[in-house]
Design a binder for this molecule. Sequence first.
Ligand code: AMP
Ligand code: MG
Length: 418
Amino acid sequence: MVPAAEAEALILSLVHPLDGAEAVETVPLGAAAGRILAQPVTGSLDMPHWDNSAMDGYAVRYADVVQAGANHPVSLALTEIIPAGKPPTQPVAPGQAARILTGSMMPVGADTVVMQEVTQRQGDQVFILEAPQPGQFVRHRGSFYQAGQPLMSAGTALGGPELAVLAAAQCVQVPVFRRLRVAILSTGDELVNPETPLQPGQIVDSNQYALAALVQAAGAEAILLGIVPDQPEALAVAIRSALSRSDVILSSGGVSVGDFDYVDHILTDLGATLHIRAVAVRPGKPLTVATFPATATQPSPTLYFGLPGNPVSALVSFWRFVEPALRKRSGLRENWSPTFVEAVTQSSLKGGGPREIYLWGRLSPNPENPSRYDFTLAGGSHSSGNLVNLAGANALAVVPVGTEILPQGEVVRVMVVR
Ligand code: AMP
Ligand code: MG
């Protein structure tokens, strides 16, 4: 049994991030949300693009207004109004000012903006009632970013803020990594699809749906290979088929020590190297991690995760071990690991035994002290076979090895899963 942190590190060390030209595609800016930048972007525009005003007010020459005060206002002659989006039409000469609006281009000659609130307007004259700082409220061309400098590096996840930057830089065709292809298969003679009326002893294949949703939420393409019976030949066919069309393969079931648990054997027969067979976590102890060597058509090794069949175990394994691997494999430069926070448990949490224990529930801000988090255990059974109380869970509390009980009110480490 490999301890969780060690298993995560080992898995990440097996992962080759997407790179190279064959993994890059170009998408329009409007379709780039959720993708990962594949090449560094260098902008060709300074930001701001030109000197402009940070305030509604008057563009002045600092030397003209340095003596201004409430008792001895300085009077300046207005040249024009410069609205945002229109360039100034004339310079500001000594004794003059231009009415300027936020974002408008500074006129030639002016070097400072006096905010409207400390001025008084009388026809074509404006009185300045307070001396500004020199250069105040002017955003200088290139002061935020200079054309030709690196703007965004490869491996950046593209969300709202990043898309804003790319849009401002007029980067309309965005080089992104192709989506990872993740094959998902469920193993077990007892499994049926949700639309099939149940016969005694049968179980609905819920893992397929859960894993597909999580894979898609991770930005990858889920390739659903359906239910595979517990027969070595059928498993070999399914895994071979998965190998031919995916970067990562997830199976669930068939990795324990039962009479019909064939996955590890088949993997070895098909030429995979097994790196992990069990991890010291509960739920989710049986976990097979294997790699298939690179081939002519698949330039990086294919990662294989044999997840336990129990629905909760499969999800815990996905969140704890598969998701970091998908993040690294997809080309993301950093932040592969799950997010852990400290919270005060509102329920007593039972631990014990040689494994780290993951208990599902809800993380929420404490009503009296919003900078503190509370963890509330999901009600009902915490059997790894019970998935009913998993709905609505957004976090897993981790009871460390060697802790028998974490009483209510204690601080617990919590893994955020949504
Ligand atoms: P296994 O890991 O194959 O021994 O399966 C452990 C338990 O999980 C058994 O009770 C299975 O019926 C159940 N199980 C296996 N695969 C799935 C699945 N895809 N969806 C729901 N339950 C499953
Ligand atoms: Mg099984």
